[in-house]
Structure formats: C-alpha cells, structure tokens
Write a protein that binds this ligand. Sequence first.
Ligand code: GUN
Length: 284
Amino acid sequence: MKLIDGNAIAAKIRDEMRAEIEKEGIKPKLTAMLVGNNPASAVYVRNKQKACEEVGIDSEIIKLEESISERDLLEVIRRLNEDKKTNGIIVQLPLPEQISENKVIEAIDPLKDVDGFHPINMGFLLAGEPRFVPSTPQGIKELVLRSGYGFDGKHVVIVGRSNIVGKPLAALLLCKDANATVTVCHSHTKYLNEVTKEADILVAAIGKAGFIGEEMVKDGSIVIDVGINRIEDKTRKSGYRLVGDVDFDAVKDKVEAITPVPGGVGPMTVAMLLVNTVKAYKMQ
Ligand code: GUN
C-alpha cells in the first residue's frame, strides 16, 4: 500500500506558486468571508490565509456575525466585486439558516469566483471548458496525477453528489484530458457495495466517519478520502480527532494507494485555491 502524501504534494504546489508569483512580480489578493461561529470553518479560513501568506498572495478575512441578514451579506459581496484590489472572493460554507447559499454564490462576480461555485463557472466545467474549477475536485485530480497514476479509461466511482465535490469532480474527470468513466453514487443508490467494488479509483465524499469498509473496495484500487469528520477523543487536548469517510485500517492492506485524513485531500484543496487566485489575477 502506498500512502498518498497530500501535505508533501501541496507543499510542492505552493513552492511552484511562490516561484511563479516572484518571477512575475505580481501581487494577487484573496478576500475570504467567514460568517458566524462554525469552528471548523474558522480553521479552514485560517489555513487558507496562512497558505496565501506563504506564497505571496495578499489576503483579508472579513468576519461577519452569525445573525447577519442576507441583504447585508450580499451588500458586502457587491462591494468586493467592485474592489479593484480584490482578485478572488470566497464565502466559506456552510452559511447560517437565514441566508441562501445559492443567492450568495450567484452574487459573486464570476471572474472573481475562485471557488468555482458560480453557475457560470459550473457551466463552463460541464461544457468541458473549465475556467475556475472548485478546489477539492481539482486537488483530487492533481493528487492522483502527481502520485503517478492516471484516469484514462479508469472507472472512477464517487460516493457523494454535493455541488462542492461530487458533481464538479464527475464533470472534471469526464473532460477529454482525463477520460475517466465516472459513476456517481449517493444515499439512494441501490446495491452501493456492488458499485463501489467496481471502482479502479474510489472517491469517498459522504461526510460519515468510516463509512467505506473493506467489503466496499476492490483489490488494488486507489482510494481518495475527502471526509473530514470530528469524532470524540478524550485522549486529545481538543477533545476530538479528525477521521475520514473511509475505515482506513480496514482497507489499507487491500488497496494500491490511499490518502490519509488528515494530510490527504485537505491541504490540496487549499493549494488549488491559490492556483485559482493567481489565475483570477491574470484574467482581470
Ligand atoms: N466549505 C467546504 N468546502 C468549501 C470550499 O471549498 N469553499 C468554501 N467557500 N466553503 C467550503
């Protein structure tokens, strides 16, 4: 079994980004909006800012109250759309109940939409002409390619149909530079084990700790674990630890390669956001 080291591959991508930014003497800027008090979201946004600092991208976090109205949030986005200094805008999800995520995503200038969630960017991706590709799918693709594997003719089974991971990943791997055969499964899929066992590359993006067991994976397959689940662990100072959607110990001896959690897909997501921010700068 080969452990796919997302930390190392992401560090290499950050090195490449830093070199490119230095060589071209550019100063892109990412502005992130963090709404409310979701502890995981605060960690993710902080990680994104740290990564920006490391490669020479300016960053700003705009913190907004949990109780902010949709109107007020949309007003902040409108201001950032007009702000010449901001090249990339992200609004960390999930958002509080009173706010429509779709309305927020649609309010972001598609040319600054470095998350790639705007319907225009999703449309480009589905049409096979990607502009901004969402970071997690793009990170998964890079992780597999830079580990020496490919997608051409491979059966990729994705478990999870979210707008952030499952759906855009399916579209990305159907593009003609990847040429995968893609199956997307979800909570209503019948005989799920039978489908996942057919996967050359299995992507778990369900959001349930340890959901993928030994009986669900094929011998010699590649397993990509997108899950980041907090489970109670009283031996830790924080009181919790992070585990993926895959039961790592159960499948590790069966697979060709697997990503750990943490240290697999997570750091790649952050690295690809940097790539998109530089791309946004160049397009503007
Ligand atoms: N929440 C979970 N993943 C993401 C992401 O990639 N971008 C944003 N903005 N929010 C998220």
